[in-house]
Design a protein around this ligand. Structure first.
Ligand SMILES: [Zn+2]
Length: 361
């Protein structure tokens, strides 16, 4: 499998490659869009296997917009490498391509409302989760001027916070999600984003009737360069956790520390929404990341916001920042790209085999 057969340079090209590979591999294809401004921004769903299969694996790309370049490539690699042919009669795969197409198409991690879709699956009828640490940092984190001095000031604010509260607490307040600053980092939104509504519709239309569901949500930015990093949210010792360990191995599932820090208390993850939409149907799976620049990614998340809200200077300067952002989430390096599609096929096949052999309790 060659990396350039799976990776794309733009969202429309990724979409075209996905749809072509899905069709060639015999999928039923569906399209969803909720963006009134553009019929070109769509989420595609490819369904492989028996429509009445009791076991179904959901694989999602593009939750974080431009991270979808990698997730899409992994999906395409699995389809092109004969993955669908390995499905037994009782196991199906539901591929969701570009669940956040605006972010994918516009090279941003967020939706058109600056919402981190992976913090948006909360109950908005209840009081919103508080993040006092972020409140303390916000004003200095995101300088209007992206300059050495602005960055130094932001770093000083984070250093001060860390010296008082510790490095885990700093990471937690930066990453867990916040619901107070619409122009801030990891903003979870004030209501459900349209991709959130669409995911619910996809679950209704393609997962109803399943007795067991597996999932992989493909991401990039955490872990060693070109290496996978699993975030598994099932309680330790729980049967679901044991399933995930059986599929992918304890060394990948247990004790994973993103950026060497305690895992943030993430709010509103897409996989939480998936479980909610599925009701009592057991859902087993993980967020799978591929590492790029490690801790330096925290700065890149802020660059995403600067490009959205403050970008100034020459077009050349803005283009350079944009290229930096894209390379941070999806390195142009063919070694990295080759590594991700190899691992991706492996983890997909392991999940399919694990799901098919998941014994009833
Ligand atoms: Zn992500």
């Amino acid at each position: 499998m060659e990396f350039h057969d799976c990776y794309a340079l733009t969202y429309p090209s990724a979409r075209e490659k996905f749809r072509a590979a899905a069709q060639a591999a015999g999928a039923a294809l569906y399209t969803y869009s909720g963006n009134a401004n553009s019929d070109k921004l769509a989420t595609d769903v490819a369904y492989f296997g028996n429509m009445n299969a009791q076991r179904r694996l959901v694989a999602v790309s593009g939750t974080h917009g431009l991270e979808g370049f990698c997730g899409s490539a992994v999906q395409i690699a699995w389809m092109k490498s004969g993955g669908p042919a390995l499905l037994d009669d009782n196991t199906a795969v539901v591929m969701i391509h570009a669940i956040n197409p605006w972010g994918f198409a516009n090279l941003s991690r967020t939706t058109e409302n600056n919402v981190d879709l992976n913090r948006n699956f909360i109950d908005f009828s209840k009081p919103l989760p508080a993040n006092p640490g972020y409140h303390q940092l916000h004003a200095r984190l995101l300088p209007a001027e992206w300059s050495t001095e602005g960055m130094r000031n932001a770093q000083a604010a984070m250093d001060e916070y860390e010296s008082t509260h510790g490095r885990d607490a700093l990471f937690d307040c930066l990453a867990r999600g916040q619901y107070d600053y619409a122009d801030g980092l990891n903003y979870g939104g004030a209501q459900r984003e349209w991709p959130n509504l669409i995911l619910e519709q996809i679950v209704e239309e393609h997962l109803a009737g399943a007795c067991k569901v597996g999932f992989i949500d493909w991401h990039t930015g955490i872990g060693e360069y070109g290496e996978p990093f699993f975030l598994c949210f099932h309680d330790s010792e729980s049967p679901l956790r044991q399933q995930a360990v059986r599929w992918w191995g304890a060394e990948r599932i247990e004790g994973a520390q993103p950026h060497g820090r305690a895992r943030p208390n993430y709010q509103g993850l897409l996989c939480f929404g998936l479980q909610q939409f599925l009701g009592d149907t057991p859902l087993c799976g993980a967020v799978i990341e591929f590492g790029t620049r490690g801790w330096h990614m925290r700065r890149i998340l802020r660059l995403d916001l600067w490009l959205k809200f403050h970008a100034s200077g020459s077009q050349e300067r803005i283009d350079m920042h944009r290229a930096d952002l894209l390379d941070a989430f999806c390195p142009v390096d063919e070694i990295w790209r080759g590594s991700t599609i190899r691992y991706g096929q492996q983890f997909m096949n392991e999940a399919v085999a694990g799901l098919a052999s998941w014994e009833d309790a």
